[in-house]
Design a protein around this ligand. Sequence first.
Ligand SMILES: Cc1ncc(COP(=O)(O)O)c(C=O)c1O
Length: 394
Amino acid sequence: MIISKANRLNSVKEYYFSSKLRQIKELNDNGMNILNLAIGSPDLAPHEVVLQALTNDVFKQNIHGYQSYKGIDELRKAIADYYMATYRVSLDFGREILPLMGSKEGITHITQAFINPDDTVLVPDPGYPTYRSVSELAHANIEVYHLEEKNNFQIDIESLKQMDLDKAKLMWVNFPNMPTGVQPDMEIMKELVALAKKYQFLIVNDNPYSRILVEEPFSIFQIPGAEDVALELNSLSKSHNMAGWRLGWVCGKSTYIDTVLSIKSNADSGMFYPLQVAASKALQLGDDWYANLNTVYRKRQQKVFELFDWLGCTCNVHQTGLFVWARIPEDIADVEVLVDDLIFKAQIFITPGKIFGKNGERYLRASLCNNEEILDIAISRVKTFVLQKERQAV
Ligand SMILES: Cc1ncc(COP(=O)(O)O)c(C=O)c1O
């Protein structure tokens, strides 16, 4: 006998990486040695101070119980101070910040908190697949807005205005953008906020990459008046090498935060106290932390550019974030064929851009989460693969 699954799962498939990484593991278990250049999970460790804070507190007697649904004051104060120091944005630590177990859970909670069936949710193409899947689970009407290279992957306000925005309730925005690596155009963001006010929809800027290879960190709340129509998700996963710790937050107007809390407080019972203390310490790190991190990523980025150069791909050299987004050459018919060729013939796994939407069909995305030694091996494998292909073509 099989108990049937819920209908809501009919439209949501297993996450691409969940099934693809299973395939890669099977191949590796059977003797291959495929290098994973696909996932954005930092390979570097958090700062010593952060590790020390976690280990110190773990041995205390009275910290093992449930914690407040809203997180401890110390963490919310550290987030407010971080917003002021990083973005020059003022937040009320008591009312405008809700710590989360990573920003990903915030995408679900915000959707559950604001979306009724058939409400329109605007999602970017290309974009992080979770925006769409979580909206599907909520039976939303999903409308795609396009991020295209001809517009430097910026939001095209004129085409947005052509859409039926009367029904729009929520718009997912993600700057610095994953996968394209672009920073937002501030004038366009101002126009977007004005549009959200006119049509009364909520903008959520998903902001986990704001400290990676970025000169001037962006927050949606730098746009005057954005607090009326916007929330922002942020996270320690990438900026502090703490992806596995599951630490993030949502911030914005207290009425919106309370709305999200009414969902979240039914889903979990607070975060382990030492994790919250350690997160506070991470947020108090000085500029040298980000400078050192970005020196490492800058060198790796050069290597990944070199790798893509061998494949005949083109990249914007000013891109930010934890990945390199590269356009494949015109003579490649299908990016998936190239990805499989790279797995089987070069033993490297790079993400096909099409998993982020139709506009990603002509792109590849490689991560900066491997050290230079591994990237050198990847480059030499790609070189051999390309030279062999050229020899076969002669
Ligand atoms: C655009 C984007 N949003 C959110 C997340 C989730 O991050 P977190 O670890 O904070 O849940 C990711 C992770 O890769 C991401 O790329």
